[in-house]
Design a protein around this ligand. Structure first.
Ligand code: P6P
Length: 339
């Protein structure tokens, strides 16, 4: 008998703690995790099965799609549309929502996901991952519209990601803290390896794409310049920087050893409110970070309180170590009050 609790046992024991639970959510979660195991297998095989490189198509964001973006999106759709626990899905890779076909039963949840975040890294073998968020379908709605997906992050039932790196890690929250699992490829099960993850309130490590410095708002430039100044500057200590260009890998690092991540507003026309999308990147990651004791804001307000008005809406994201996020937010408010 292998050491460690399997993910299957973990979610069944979690379910038993909710007296009124029907088991629908547990079965949905299991189906999502099974889909991610299939994606992990394709990602790990890479060029052995000719899945690397561009698909020579653009997604709704105007971004060039990788073959694996489309493959992983299809895997999610095919692995979940039949399960009977969803009324609809939405994905970074699809312009419109994906209603469940009438041939399948519909359920009470909505699923939004980024099937392969950080996919610009597929050819260079840097960690990428699937990010997902489970919402409730409005009571009595069996044929959801885009409107029904436009829910603030505080209404998420569950958020998680699967990171395809040297190890395949699943990280999950249902609002009762954050737990991490590692895929045991020999038995095809995720094993609980990182229970009750927490993010230290302080950090010396920050993640931001510094090549965008000239496009940032003054409070972000002030904050980053202070970090650059290190022990000689107002912070009185040196900082370290990391940028993987894969949000799922950055957030995982922050959960493992602390840190702060920023993808802020940007003066460029095509970036504007930021590069990250509310529903399937910013909200799920903010839920996870908050549940681990961190914080997540837009620079001006708690990110998870923002009411989305379109499916692929972007938002500035500042998340991680609570004290750093609070400082950055304070700088924004000081700058705004001076305007
Ligand atoms: P840049 C990946 O494309 C992504 O959406 C996030 O995962 C990542 O943090 C960001 O974009 C990287 O953006 O501008 O540094 O390439």
């Amino acid at each position: 008998m292998r050491k460690g609790m399997t993910f299957t046992r973990f979610i069944f024991e979690e379910q038993r703690r909710v007296p009124e639970s029907t088991g629908e959510f547990t079965l949905l979660l299991n189906a999502i995790v099974t889909a991610c195991k299939e994606i992990s297998d394709d990602v790990n095989r890479g060029q052995l099965i000719n899945v690397l490189g561009s698909a020579n198509t653009e997604n709704v964001q105007g971004e060039m799609q990788k073959k694996l973006d489309i493959i992983s999106n299809d895997i999610m759709l095919k692995a979940l549309e039949w399960c009977g626990h969803l009324a609809g899905m939405a994905s970074e890779e699809m312009e419109n929502i994906y209603p469940i076909s009438p041939q399948f039963p519909r359920g009470k949840y909505l699923l939004v996901f980024d099937p392969l975040d950080g996919s610009s890294n597929t050819e260079v073998n840097v960690s990428i991952g699937t990010i997902f968020s489970i919402l409730r379908c409005p009571e009595g709605t069996t044929d959801p519209t885009e409107e029904d997906f436009l829910q603030a992050g505080t209404r998420q039932v569950c958020a998680g990601y699967v990171l395809y790196g040297p190890a395949t890690n699943l990280v999950l929250t249902t609002g009762q803290g954050v737990n991490g699992f590692t895929l045991d490829h020999d038995i095809g099960e995720f094993i609980l390896t990182h229970p009750k993850l927490t993010i230290p309130e302080d950090t010396n490590e920050f993640a931001i794409n510094t090549s965008n410095f000239r496009y940032w708002e003054p409070p972000v430039r002030r904050y980053i310049e202070e970090l650059f100044a290190g022990a000689d500057g107002p912070r009185g200590r040196d900082f370290n920087t990391r940028w993987v260009a894969s949000m799922v890998a950055e957030v995982h690092r922050i959960l493992m050893r602390g840190g702060v991540f920023l993808y802020p507003k940007d003066s460029r026309e095509n970036i504007g409110e930021g590069k990250l999308r509310i529903l399937y990147e910013a909200n799920p990651m903010s839920f996870i970070v908050e549940q681990a004791g961190g914080a997540s804001t837009t620079g001006r307000e708690r990110l998870m309180t923002v009411q989305p008005y379109t499916l692929h809406q972007r938002i500035p994201v500042i998340l991680g170590a609570r004290f750093e996020v609070e400082r950055i937010t304070r700088y924004h408010l000081i700058a705004d009050s001076a305007d």
